[in-house]
Design a protein around this ligand. Sequence first.
Ligand code: FBP
Ligand code: MG
Ligand code: MG
Length: 341
Amino acid sequence: MDHAAEAHRTDLMTITRFVLNEQSKYPESRGDFSILLSHIVLGCKFVCSAVNKAGLAKLIGLAGETNVQGEEQKKLDVLSNEVFIKALVSSGRTSILVSEEDEEATFVEPSRRGKYCVVFDPLDGSSNIDCGVSIGTIFGIYTVKDTNEPTLDDVLQPGKNMVAAGYCMYGSSCMLVLSTGEGVNGFTLDPSLGEFILTHPDIKTPKKGKIYSVNEGNAKNWDEPTAKYVDNCKFPKDKAPAKSLRYVGSMVADVHRTFLYGGIFLYPADKKSPNGKLRVLYEVFPMSFLMEQAGGQAFTGKERALDLNPKSIHERSPIFLGSYDDVEEIKELYAAHEKKN
Ligand SMILES: O=P(O)(O)OC[C@H]1O[C@](O)(COP(=O)(O)O)[C@@H](O)[C@@H]1O
Ligand SMILES: [Mg+2]
Ligand SMILES: [Mg+2]
């Protein structure tokens, strides 16, 4: 290993320091993004701490029930939403917040407004909470045109206009993965230090993978290209090895594995859900942004996912994302299908 690579390998870098380094590349920057990010990090630490205690929820007041003292307890997804809204508003750097948990967007009061809009899924994979399986938070960041007059158009924008995206996975370790449009970096929380440390610099997803990830329970309702693609994964031609199936059912966990090991994650349209299940603004866009930054691709079945133009804040879209070559294969199947029909 050469000297520079060795230094890189042994660098000890907190997320705070990392973002300040990024900021110093832009001398005109006033540090607004760094402040916003420090509040997102705070929200993630807070939720991580609550998730770690989730198994004890009934005893300590997180189970969404009435506890023995007759006090109302909050569910973890409701609590996570409140934590992030509070953290983002108090950053003083946001104007509009869109959360999966809230039907309407939150417009921050004028005295606390700033130049960013944050779209987020405060707790993704919530069906996995009760059995202690990995869950996460997903976020994407846009800038607002005019802080005096923020409008929904500031967030109803293609994902390619995001200035940053990321997720935090509450798994066997707590990891925050972030892109500001210049590659993808992963940070792991040291619980005793309370610091996110850079552990996965410049994540690049393998060009081709050995894993496919999809809810096969929906197979009877799939369209032809999706069905054919999954069939090819299981029964490949030309003596190629079959792919392995892995599916957690938390997008954060399934996509995180795809970043690191390669392969493809699919949540396609089907006869029952013609737009798929996942939400454009705070699931599809941030993960697609990160995937492209890691050298992979993200496709809706019709177009590049980041080109989608959302018309409403909770819109859904089918999504195929992962290793470049694997997504290329499904793009070809959809192109051939379109030509035939
Ligand atoms: O259970 P299904 O239909 O396979 O859906 C799994 C998908 O639903 C989600 O759980 C939706 O997220 P929420 O928990 O935020 O609603 C994704 O994380 C996951 O990819
Ligand atoms: Mg979700
Ligand atoms: Mg959610």
